[in-house]
Design a binder for this molecule. Structure first.
Ligand code: PEP
Ligand code: MG
Length: 555
């Protein structure tokens, strides 16, 4: 019987090959030989710790210098975490309590892992980075090679508990056919970098670590499955079919529309200058979501207006050819902690002071960012809109629009809180457009943490309750004759994209890599088919039936 492992799909694609299992263990013999380290006193042990952390941090910095974009950022963040003063003082405390260096290091790391895990969200995902740092520092102490991903001798499927930034940064897509991890969520570093490299990826896959090295596996990055020792001929044919489909997509050149000519603007989600340049080469009508906060994840202090303007202009410039850009103002807090903006003392950060709510206590932060965006728009000459995240009421929308329009910017808001979907009509009276953030809209509608691996059945983007809220907002857009788009991950699924169009959304913004498959799918369907699929999905009792009903309607 063929074993089928299930996980969270992160990067679509089909791959088939032997497994290569990454190990994060330092050889036990080396650790045993090191023993108590023979340090004369606590200061000598700390000096050995400092030398090891310095060596690890330098290595990470070197790799960061030869990487770019998000990869460089995560490597730099790991280097910073390695030499963190809090971590060092925790090690020192254990040493002073009489422990040897190796157990002191292990205890301090576990202490930090617990703190990060308790905070949840993005912080919890940094626990993987800490464990990676532990392995590397330990390896330096005991004189063993740093653990990590072995170099594949033939094209392989990489299997790991989770991959740390330092491992993923150096992956070569020509030999790593796919990635399957036992842990991690859709926003873990593994996911971010796999997406950037275009390597099919499934995370949070129960049983992945039980796979023996060399066993042949068929990975489906769309379904989120790994099939162990499948029928060879079928697996090879699925890979070939996937290649044919990808080749056919290369011919799709936009603009987005249904087969009967109903226009649907297809836009890109970007995070920085590099991703904006790459996305700009795809057949997109512009940027539908520039997540500005991702430029500042590693900043301790707020960048000046001028520095911000330079960063934003780099993102806008590739679209100076008459395309448009929507910049979202800082969505700091909760899963995206920004040192200079987020509140850190909240019991429930996802329901706390995040996104637009931050400006109540710090109005200058939003105003300075809007000044910088307006300046970048002027420098680049790009038609620029701004939108606020986490808007919950029409009066928040009005206040935001007033600030944006005073700077000559077109004003919109995200609809990612259920109250905003319910009051979309009143909100649209205040702004020029709305964009549905289906990731958070699903989290808040279903009361389920979007990053919890064990709640993935609730945070499924096909949840009919969420589609009902999308439908409400889209109808408000039609009534107000103003655009209502989707910029959450739901827009990147070609079948769901057709349903969203059938519900009446006017634009879809997604990872650039998904644009051609969504565009090609919409081009195969009439608006009436999309509407029938939308009606079928709305009438379904659960996500699986919604998907099946929509698929039947679209066949
Ligand atoms: C969303 O919530 O759907 C969204 C697009 O915003 P983010 O994923 O950045 O929270
Ligand atoms: Mg959101």
């Amino acid at each position: 019987m063929v074993t089928l492992l299930h996980g969270t799909p992160v990067v679509p694609g089909i791959a088939y090959g032997p497994t290569l299992v990454a190990s994060d263990a330092v050889p036990a013999e080396a650790v045993a030989a090191y023993g108590d380290g023979g340090h004369a006193d606590v200061d000598a042990a700390l000096a050995a710790y400092d030398a090891a952390t310095r060596a690890v941090a330098d290595g990470l910095q070197r790799r960061a210098a030869s990487a770019a974009g998000a990869t460089a950022q995560v490597l730099t963040a790991s280097a910073g975490l390695t030499t963190d003063r809090g971590l060092r003082s925790a090690v020192s405390k254990h040493l002073r309590a009489g422990e040897d260096l190796v157990p002191a290091l292990g205890a301090a790391i576990e202490q930090f892992v617990t703190v990060f895990t308790t905070q949840g969200g993005l912080m919890a995902e940094r626990a993987t980075d800490l464990r990676d740092i532990h392995g590397r520092v330990l390896a330096h102490l005991v004189g063993a090679p740093e653990p990590g991903v072995p170099t594949p001798e033939e094209p392989s499927i990489l299997v790991a508990e989770d991959l740390a930034p330092a491992d993923t940064a150096e992956l070569d897509p020509s030999v790593v056919l796919a990635i399957v991890t036992e842990r991690g969520g859709p926003t873990s570093h593994t996911a971010i970098i796999a997406r950037q490299l275009g390597i099919p990826c499934v995370v949070g896959t129960a049983g992945a670590l039980d796979l023996a090295a060399g066993v042949r596996v068929l990975v489906d990055g769309t379904a989120g499955t790994a099939e162990v020792e499948p029928d060879e001929a079928t697996a090879t044919e699925r890979v070939a079919e996937h290649r044919r489909q990808r080749a056919a997509l290369e011919g799709w050149s936009g603009p987005g529309s249904t087969a009967d000519g109903h226009p649907v603007k297809l836009l890109a989600n970007v995070a920085d200058g590099e991703s904006a340049r790459t996305a700009g080469l795809e057949p997109v009508a512009g940027v539908g979501l520039f997540r500005t906060e991702l430029c500042f994840l590693n900043r301790d202090t707020e960048p000046s207006v001028d520095e911000q303007a330079a960063i934003y202009a780099e993102v806008f410039t590739p679209y100076a050819d008459e395309r448009e850009v929507v910049a979202r103002t800082l969505d700091a807090g909760s899963d995206k902690p920004i040192a200079f903006a987020s509140h850190t003392d909240e019991d429930n950060p996802a329901l706390g002071v995040r996104g637009y709510r931050l400006c109540a206590g710090n109005p200058g932060l939003l105003e300075r960012q809007l000044d910088a965006i307006a300046e970048a728009a002027r420098r680049s000459g790009v038609a620029t809109s701004v939108m606020a995240p986490m808007i919950a009421t029409p009066s928040e929308a009005r206040a935001f629009a007033t600030l944006a329009r005073a700077r000559g910017l077109r004003a919109g808001v995200m609809i990612e809180v259920p109250s905003a979907a319910i009051q979309a009509r009143q909100i649209l009276d205040e702004v020029d457009f709305c964009s549905l953030g289906t990731n958070d809209l699903t989290q808040y509608t279903m009361a389920a943490d979007r990053m919890a691996t064990d709640l993935a059945h609730l945070t499924d983007p096909w949840q009919p309750a969420v589609l009902h809220l999308v439908s409400l907002a889209a109808a408000a857009g039609r009534a107000a004759d103003k655009p209502v788009g989707v910029c959450g991950e739901a827009a990147a699924d070609p079948q769901l994209a057709a349903v969203l169009v059938g519900l009446g959304v006017t634009s879809l913004s997604m990872a650039a890599a998904a644009v051609r498959s969504v565009g090609a799918r919409l081009g195969d369907l009439t608006l009436a088919q999309c509407e029938a699929a939308a009606a079928a999905a709305l009438a379904a009792p659960d996500p699986a039936s919604a998907r099946t009903a929509a698929t039947t309607a679209l066949a």
